[in-house]
Design a protein around this ligand. Structure first.
Ligand code: SF4
Ligand code: SF4
Ligand code: F3S
Length: 322
């Protein structure tokens, strides 16, 4: 446990899947040797297998007795190895094929982009940004035999001491979110550190700051004036992903409001959500029903011309950095 905890809120209703966060992180942190295949944040299209492929079925976290539940180590193929591109040939009049033919990838960080689910005309998809959750109970840290991962007292960040990491990868087995990558050059693991150098200067992480949709907020959870506190604690419309894995994640998501169901004549039925409620509960737990009700009620207020603090926060008219 730490005395304070930083948290991030990602509004799924505003995330447009542009991957600006993904690229901001890539350019800042994983553009070095041995990191080509790393995407400390990536935006998956849901429902889908995500990345690594089928990560939700790989296990980890804690069981109901609080014991470490060791899961599977994702393979390089499941993550999707670094893709190799033909930039030189394409730029100089060669074949207009971007990927090198002998290195055809079979998976990657955004393999299922914009693949919908459901049956037409009731198809749907939405985007889910995935990164380290800087969990309150980080199973990655407990699993490491070298005690190389610490939970920082001052802000709750889950950080790796690279002088201690020996590449055992027990952390990656124990993390249920499968967000830890192996640097093959160093033979050490690496993961998102919430841009700690920026945080220490009072600046938001690169992924948060660069989001053109203003869909992401960062702040200390105990700051009563902060929007993260208001969305998570007061309004309770921002929820952790898969809370049943018991690591107590600190990345929170405003769940997706569903478009209405359409009948064969194109008439809408507002009483039936297109995104199955059981899928929302699978992702965010049973609290998602109340969160969605609150969001709808506050939206209705603004449509009637009434004021809603929640909608003002989510619209981010007064968006500002940490
Ligand atoms: Fe550790 Fe995984 Fe939680 Fe990050 S998301 S703190 S790597 S258990
Ligand atoms: Fe990358 Fe920083 Fe965002 Fe973590 S917080 S995913 S290191 S940009
Ligand atoms: Fe420990 Fe993971 Fe490194 S288990 S030694 S932090 S690869």
């Amino acid at each position: 446990m730490s005395s304070r905890q930083l948290g991030i809120v990602w509004d799924i209703n505003k995330c447009m899947g542009c991957q600006t966060c993904t690229v901001a992180c890539k350019m800042m942190w994983t553009n070095y040797r041995g990191m080509d295949h790393m995407w400390w944040v990536k935006v998956n299209t849901l429902p889908g297998k995500g990345s690594p492929k089928d990560w939700e079925k790989m296990g980890g976290g804690y069981d109901k007795n609080g014991k470490l539940a060791v899961g599977k180590l994702p393979s390089p193929e499941e993550f999707g190895e670094a893709w190799e591109f033909n930039h030189e040939e394409v730029l100089h009049g060669g074949p207009q094929v971007q990927l090198k033919a002998d290195k055809t990838p079979t998976w990657g960080p955004n393999w299922e982009e914009d693949m919908g689910s459901g049956t037409y005309p009731n198809s749907y998809f939405f985007y889910l940004a995935r990164l380290c959750n800087h969990c309150t109970h980080p199973s990655c840290a407990e699993a490491c035999p070298e005690r190389a991962i610490i939970k920082r007292e001052s802000d709750g960040l889950v950080l790796r001491d690279m002088d201690k990491c020996k590449g055992h990868r027990k952390c990656a087995e124990a993390c249920p979110y499968k967000v830890i990558y192996l640097n093959h050059t160093l033979n050490q693991s690496q993961h998102c550190h919430f841009c700690l150098h920026r945080i220490e200067k009072g600046v938001a992480p690169a992924c948060v700051r660069q989001c053109p949709g203003r869909a992401v907020w960062v702040d200390y959870l105990d700051n009563p004036q902060g929007y993260v506190h208001k969305l998570v604690k007061e309004w309770q419309v921002a929820l952790p992903l898969h809370p049943e894995w018991r690591t107590s994640p600190n990345v929170y998501y405003v769940p997706p409001l569903s478009p209405p169901h359409l009948d064969g004549n194109g008439n809408t039925d507002e009483s039936q959500p297109r995104i199955p409620p059981e899928y929302q509960r699978y992702l965010f737990g049973p609290q998602v029903d109340q969160a969605l009700s609150t969001l709808k009620a506050e939206m209705a207020k603004t449509r009637r011309g009434e004021k809603s603090e929640l909608m003002d926060i989510l619209i981010a008219r007064r968006w500002k950095m940490l």
